[in-house]
Design a protein around this ligand. Sequence first.
Ligand code: FUC
Length: 779
Amino acid sequence: MSTKIWFDRYVDDWLHALPLGNGRVGGMFFGNPHRDVVEINEESLWSGRQIKETNHATPADLARIRELIFENRLREAAQLSRETFLADPPRVRFYESFGELSIDFADKGEFEDYRKELELSEAIASAAWRKGETAYKSECFISEAYDILCYRVEAKGSPFSCAVSMQRGQDAYTAAVADDTLVLNGRVTYTPHPEYGEGGEGMSFGARIKVVSDGTLQERRDHILVTDATYVEVYGAFATNYNAQKFDIDGGKDYRAALTACMDRVAGASYDAVKEAHLRDHAGVFSAATFELDAPDYSGEPTDARLSKVRSGERSDPDLCTLYYHFGRYLLTESSGKNASLPANLQGIWCHGFRPPWGADYHTNINLQMNYWPAETGNCADAVEPLVHFMRMLSGFGEQTAREEFGARGWCINHTTDVFGRTGVHDSVDCGFFPMAGPWMCMNLWEHYEFSSDPAVLREIYPVLKGSCLFLLDYLTESPEGYLTTSPSNSPENSFYYTEPDGQRHGSMLTHGATIDFEIIHALFTRTAHACKVLGEDDGFADTLTATLDRLPPLRVSQRYGTLCEWISDCEEVEPGHRHVSHLFGLYPSDQINETDPVIFEAAKNTLSRRLAYGGEGGAGCHSVGWSQGWMVNFFARFKDGEGALARVKGLLKNCTADNLFDIHPPQLFQIDGNLGGAAGITEMLLQSHLGSPDSRTVELLPALPAEWCTGSFRGLRARGGFTFDLAWKDGALTEVTVTASRDGILKIMLPSAPAGYSLSDGVLTRPCRAGESVRLVF
Ligand code: FUC
């Protein structure tokens, strides 16, 4: 089982650096023997501040836009949407790097015997090298308990000298305030821009850096000079005056006091004690879910070399899949678990510089949702808590957007948002008009409940679910086809051809009734109706939701392509290999499309084959975009097609993975969703629990096991209903299963044969379980 990413050469590239995090503070460890760097991030450090975004939309505009859409005058509809609904400013601002902590070694001589690694089970990155007769070793971790970054370098041979500094490169000032202490203070400044709005001064932020060494320490203007040392320890604390309870900068928040408190806390502890506490805390997080395959062990080869052999097709390396899984789960726990108060953005918490791709914002037409897919199955549900908070906050901000722009009750958000609560239509009306983002996000919250089966979780999320349903009830409108429909609508970022009344043919994203909308509504309404039952409230509301479902258009098979129709009409696709496969939402993450309806299930298979046939590598087709490949692993797993799913895992590794295993979106941009969607897909290949209804789900074990994974084990896989599974299998067949129930419930497992001492009814083992009980099944 590989749990280490490692290299035997130094490459000065952020995509060769190794990520560390405690949920709130992130670091990218470079391990550079000449000038070592840890690029620092802090989850809340964004440019901008809370603003009231303006637009001119009224419910009357919405009515007119709908008329135009129903008359197929989509260009006019888009124009009016742009004039009325597009927010001012139209874009959200950016998540930013905090700056660079650097350890600049005086000796710039040649180095040899280089090695750099990240041990995922420890969350410690380290590097080792030799300069002449002197052997160096550096290491870095970010403590949860002390909320502090710790770096240590030591030399065996001759003593060394170095300069320790923390620089941001803009809007901050670093000063040495004692022989062992640096202070950085800054205020985010941002410039006016027609797309991003007014310029101004944003949040205040700061760092304290403390240096400990057996050498001589001297303060210099903006750095600490260390001479004659055999070891140097650096402690870094980082904070801003952002307040996640307000979704805004908080003038009353004294981030300097927080930094001092951090430093005081660590001052009384030795490096070893802080490290020990870190190892202990992290061991619990890591060991909650581990995946092992009986496969050749290539862990003695550097990770980039292993990856390049998989890329070239020289070797299949199943054990690399286990490393990819552990890394995906690690990225989620280190960016959203532990001390996090904000959810993982497009890059988790790791970003380079001040203008990361897509601002490293929150995209909510697939990306933020996908980030959390591995959390429940992968036994790290705590990492979902920041998302629950985020959604509760956003639902408050989204009430105004729902009321003023849509004339609707409840709340809504569209396809992007930030840490300041923006909920309007952003970027462009084509893809930006996506009020289905909120209902879709509710699915993540629902899974948080259904996997735990904890009514307290349901009680907490219910108002968010209900508000989203209220919005949809008001947003749905009668369509010319005689159904209730969403309008405007788009099937995220995909276009179809249509003909305007004047006979001109065009492509458009804007439409009414994209298939995904109805699948999302189906998922949300059925679950919310169930929630009413569990909580024993809002009976009438549940009835309204159920009755509304009957008036939605059904899923349909395209006469043109034999696929599932992506839109309400059987349109011609502009880009058949598009990266979004939104109309398969009902297959995964939802459960509406499954083998109980073979016609629709077959059409879903055709949909995926067609996407893949046209999705060519290069450009932004489905083969080149990590998150798209990651989603497809889950689709194939739901088709119970292990080889298809593995092919997509390999597609991820071959086409969409950087040397440090970061997921890549073309052109060479890190985007964390592929890592996380891929990790979710891997667990979906091993265990599924979506069949049935929230009342009663049936677990399937090894539903999509490829031949290369025929022997292995997984500890800590979670299923809906509060069950945790340890599985072992050999030659494709289960050998042993241990299920632990966290709550009283009925366990139902579909099995090919009865385990010793049990019998099956229709291939299903049914057994009531008490909370805390473990059941061992031997085959
Ligand atoms: C969605 C995708 C893009 C990209 C962006 C951040 O809009 O269509 O491919 O992932 O989010």
